[in-house]
Design a protein around this ligand. Sequence first.
Ligand code: ARG
Length: 462
Amino acid sequence: MTENQDKLWGGRFTEPTDAFVEAFTASVAFDRRLYRQDIAGSIAHATMLTHIGILSEDEKARIIEGLETIREEIEAGRFDWSVGLEDVHMNIESRLTALIGDAGKKLHTGRSRNDQVATDIRLYLRDEIDAINAEIRRLQTGLLLLAEREADTIMPGFTHLQVAQPVSFGHHMLAWFEMLDRDHERMVDCRRRVNIMPLGSAALAGTSYPLDRFLTAELLGFERPCRNSLDGVSDRDFAIEFTAAAALLMTHLSRMAEELVIWASAQFDFIDIPDRFCTGSSIMPQKKNPDVPELVRGKSGRVNGNLIALLTLMKSQPLAYNKDNQEDKEPLFDTIDTVRGSLRAFADMVPALQVKADNMLAAARQGFATATDLADYLVRKGLPFRDAHEVVGKAVQQAAAKGCDLADLTLEELREFSQAIGEDVFDVLTLEGSVAARDHFGGTAPGQVRQQVEQLRAEYKL
Ligand code: ARG
């Protein structure tokens, strides 16, 4: 049992909080990372209270000075965090009163921890979204670099992980760019709904003080105050939305990671991941493992879990605030840390990837990757597509039996399948010809890839 005198809500209690319950209900171990937002929110609140005549200029000055001292104490590691004071909000408020006396006790006028915490998380998440978006752009910049450098590099494109048609490696990098671009858009969209201010909702019903919530919102850079106080303290949609967008982003990184792992294997040998992004095995001296992509692939699971945790946390909560909401922070913070770490690793690693163009080309040669081009050629010579498909199927069968590529069959051999085939067939049977032929917007022709890179650079200023 601990004493209740130092609790900010101790008035109506006759016995101290059970020691285990005190630790069980506390959130300071993880919500202390909101200290800067908590202090910024308090400074804005105090400024607004002064503007409407509830605090004097002198009180405001002392509150702001005290809060700034506390920020310095925290940043210098000199702040004495107390589990008994439950959370970041009461730790800071209690210290403020210790530092400046009675003026500190007035700060909580017209607000509650319910609107305070909802405001703090939104301020925090807003900054984190900006940092995540900057990191997405950094990764996209690396992809553009690689796409430009490797526009002429031919690799097998796959469907069903079977060689399908040759593509430009640069084109593949631009596909990754697009996936990330949608993630960026989702984050921007989500940020609009994060940037609404709950402060002034107080516990749930608003407050009897004539608060100027528009002023507070302006001071904190919010778009506007929330329209409904009940919704203001209870809404965690923004955290769910963010985590959903993050889960999709991690799904994309995981798919990229999977390709990198496959490409780095001895069987594919398409790329080399520089040593600084890999580790070895403690028992097998020959090993160099693609740890960074593997770990990112694995971490996507954690973010999916966080999304389910948040959805489940909210699904049966009645209005307005419930203590359940304290459980929003750890999944949210973990999601932020995971996404930022994964993006950082990828943004550092991607431009450093070494591409083994000869191996990719050799692999593309193995899978009859120009079969579709031969069919298209026959269509141009007048065959209906279905008949052309049949002819090429036969030719593939023969090449497979001989253990060679379509381009290695002689003209006479090819003409046995269709008399429409002429000498010019070899222009389309080459990988270079096949790739160059897909020369329209969104196609894989190297010229298209380079044009796309140029346009994206100009549009996004990357
Ligand atoms: N630590 C709490 C949270 O994270 C702050 C709000 C608590 N409000 C309350 N009435 N108990 O949600």
